[in-house]
Design a protein around this ligand. Structure first.
Ligand SMILES: Cc1ncc(COP(=O)(O)O)c(C=O)c1O
Length: 385
């Protein structure tokens, strides 16, 4: 629901004449689905991320389901996921009939902790799905070690991470397959949309069959599939957006650095951690405000600044509180619980002006000061076990 009090939004899609021209070109061509724009967008996105293949989907969530189905994951299987993510990481596992098992996170990156992952592996585990929170990869070396030792595929939920890198290599190439999402809060958007990247041609074939009714020829249906296709209009928009990605990432990096310069050292607030060997896509700018988060959030919203809690942990959602499996032992996610109670994401979109960045920092500084005075809150360390 749009809120009229909001003056500085959390996200701001960047659409101009180029996107309008691209949609017009497709509409005039008469080919609206299953066409050359999807093939081109898939390949161009794959090339940008140094992957061999890209298969487009109508949403990131269907792309995740397709990834799991293409791996042959189904009833009786378990997939290890973080709880600090958007709900679809876990519900896509449920949609294919398998069970998400939640592992704990690193207190600085909010990404899967390999030690916790290892402790959750059972004979039923079929894959580990890592999420690059805020577009920043976590300990991919550690996760690869755990997965290799257990003979499990690593899958990437890179929904937020278009253009991010780890040790100089684009994310999306660390897992057997990787999903990216194009909803309007992402760095580039097609309104709705998703893509799976992989280097494996057999996986590509299965993904394409799942996307399009298991169809091998006109009205020839070899296997159970779905209609999970992206339209040609959206694919054409995606191609234009992809050309803007690097400029968007550079601008967001500068804005994030400017916010950090202004906020670092503010008592009661921890600025986002930067993984030394990674370049994040800065999809979110998430601070920790133990003990005062809710007051600061209310204060910022009053000032017209759209801050948000990204994310209430998935294992606490009613759907999982009622389910077997993933919530077997919710007490075993102490870092997730602790981070979830303190995290707050601030606007960091690439169209923010210098004046708006200063305004956000001033508003946060004021809100933190007022909250600390009113609650006499004593910040507790995050991740203390
Ligand atoms: C981490 C994560 N996973 C999965 C999704 C689902 O993607 P979509 O909304 O495109 O279906 C999102 C979208 O916000 C996400 O942030």
């Amino acid at each position: 629901m749009p809120d009229n009090n909001v003056r500085i939004r959390l996200a701001s899609p960047d659409f101009g004449e180029e996107e309008v021209d691209a949609v017009r070109r497709v509409l005039c061509s008469g080919v609206l689905t299953n066409g050359a724009e999807n093939a081109a967008f898939g390949q161009e996105f794959a090339d940008r991320h140094q992957a061999r293949f890209g298969v487009t989907f109508c949403t990131g969530t269907t792309a995740l389901q397709a990834m799991l189905l293409a791996e042959g994951i189904g009833p009786g299987d378990e997939v290890i996921v973080p709880s600090m993510t958007f709900v679809a990481t876990a519900t896509s596992v449920c949609h294919v009939g398998a069970t998400p098992v939640f592992a704990d996170i690193d207190p600085r990156t909010f990404n899967l902790d390999p030690v916790s992952v290892e402790a959750r592996i059972t004979p039923s585990t079929r894959a580990v799905m890592t999420v690059h929170y805020a577009g920043q990869p976590g300990d991919l070396d550690g996760l690869a070690r755990v997965c290799d030792a257990a003979g499990l595929p690593l899958l990437e939920d890179a929904a937020q991470a278009a253009g991010a890198e780890y040790r100089g290599r684009p994310v999306g190439t660390f897992g057997r397959s990787a999903m990216f999402s194009f909803t309007p809060t992402k760095n580039i958007t097609t309104g709705e949309g998703g893509i799976v990247l992989t280097d494996d041609p057999d996986l590509v074939e299965r993904l394409q069959l799942l996307r399009n009714h298991g169809q091998t020829g006109l009205y020839q249906h070899e296997s159970l599939g779905y209609n999970w296709r992206l339209t040609e209009m959206q694919a054409a928009i995606g191609r234009v957006q992809l050309r803007k990605l690097d400029v968007i990432l550079q601008r967001k990096q500068l804005i994030a650095e400017s916010l950090t310069q202004r906020l670092v050292g503010l008592p009661g607030l921890t600025t986002p951690y930067q993984v030394p060997v990674a370049r994040g896509s800065r999809m979110l700018y998430t601070c920790l405000l133990p003990g005062i988060r809710d007051q600061v959030l209310a204060d910022l919203l009053d000032q017209g600044i759209e801050a948000r809690i990204y994310f209430p942990p998935v294992h606490r959602q009613p759907i999982f509180a009622r389910r077997e499996g993933g919530t077997r032992d919710p007490a075993a996610l102490p870092v997730t619980e602790s981070v979830a109670s303190a995290m707050l994401s601030l606007p960091v979109h690439h169209q923010l002006t210098a004046a708006e960045v200063a305004e956000i920092a001033d508003a946060v500084t004021g809100a933190v000061g007022r909250s600390t005075m009113s609650t006499h809150a004593r910040p507790t360390p995050i991740g203390a076990r």
